[in-house]
Write a protein that binds this ligand. Structure first.
Ligand code: FE
Ligand code: FE
Length: 308
């Protein structure tokens, strides 16, 4: 692991930057392709390919949504005007409109040959609606001991597909920043990672990526997104022959104040980079940071911490 300082970046924009950046309609296809590429020669190849296969099903679900948006336009507008996330994960996961997405995912998913996933799929298929809903609530609450680790990617994939579909139907231009830097203004979920963008009106700006709906919101650079301090932040990356530390496409912004960190993808160093796949392909960095005393705060809904 190597650690550098990031030069204090002044965001060179006279006008205020666009606050929201919506994912493209083919985001899950992009993730799948990227995961398949990263899996080549990777120590966790089997796991990355499993997630890629789930992303392919997520894209199928977006193309043929099994359910509509569960929040009426009037309620969306009311939430937005009060500065509340219109697709609140807390309440919508309990209302359960996402459960048809989980059923559709189970109907579409073709497991790979072999029986590595057979137990997990059987357990999911046999579970009733209440049980499935309970697992979804536990996953979004970060209560990983309340659901079997092998079920996490399946439930996470269904939740993400539903929320991304709902997100793409929102009047996103009206959304304002919420109370917390690290929480999604559209659904209230915690950020999964950051992206420093490299093109057009977003050039050089940092956006945080939602762990659930995949929307991206602007947060100034060189600031801990958890305690909002800028003092002594360090940027850590995995040793890599191909990149100097200050050119590494993925670096973690580590805060000595609160011991939290957030991984960031620098698109200027990897224009094809995609945050969810980059996060899963760099779990070795999480292990190194854990040993250095830092705590991962950001969830990745395709990953059960410590459960593989
Ligand atoms: Fe979100
Ligand atoms: Fe901090």
């Amino acid at each position: 692991m190597s650690t550098i300082l990031e030069p204090g970046q002044i965001e060179a924009s006279a006008v205020s930057p666009p606050f929201l950046h919506l994912p493209p309609g083919n985001l899950f296809e992009v993730r799948a392709a990227r995961l398949e590429r990263l899996a080549q020669g990777h120590a966790l190849a089997g796991y990355l390919r499993l997630i890629a296969s789930l992303c392919r099903v997520q894209q199928q679900l977006l193309a043929l949504p099994p359910g509509g948006v569960p929040v009426e336009a009037e309620r969306q507008r009311l939430c937005i005007s009060h500065g509340l996330p219109p697709l609140s994960a807390d309440s919508l996961v309990r209302e359960g409109a996402w459960l048809v997405w989980l059923q559709a995912l189970l109907d579409l998913y073709v497991p790979p040959p072999g029986d590595a996933l057979a137990d997990a799929l059987r357990q999911l298929r046999e579970a009733d609606t209440q049980q499935r809903k309970g697992w979804g609530i536990a996953l979004l609450a970060g209560q990983y001991d309340a659901l079997p680790a092998a079920l996490v990617p399946f439930i996470g994939a269904a939740l993400q597909a539903a929320w991304s579909h709902w997100l793409l139907a929102l009047p996103a231009g009206e959304i304002k920043p919420g109370g917390s830097l690290s929480q999604c203004p559209c659904c209230g979920s915690p950020a999964m990672a950051g992206v420093v963008r490299n093109r057009g009106k977003h050039n050089g700006l940092r956006y945080l990526v939602c762990s659930l709906c995949a929307c991206e919101w602007h947060v100034v650079r060189v600031k801990c997104v958890y305690c909002e301090q800028s003092k002594d932040l360090r940027y850590s990356s995995l040793e890599d022959d191909r990149h100097a530390p200050d050119k590494a496409p993925l670096r973690a912004e580590c805060c000595p104040g609160c011991q939290g960190y957030l991984k960031q993808l620098y698109l200027e160093n990897d224009a094809e980079g995609e945050p969810l796949s980059a996060d899963l392909a760099s779990l070795a960095l999480d292990m190194a940071l854990d040993q250095a005393g830092f705590q991962r705060v950001a969830p990745n809904l395709m990953l059960a911490p410590g459960g593989g």
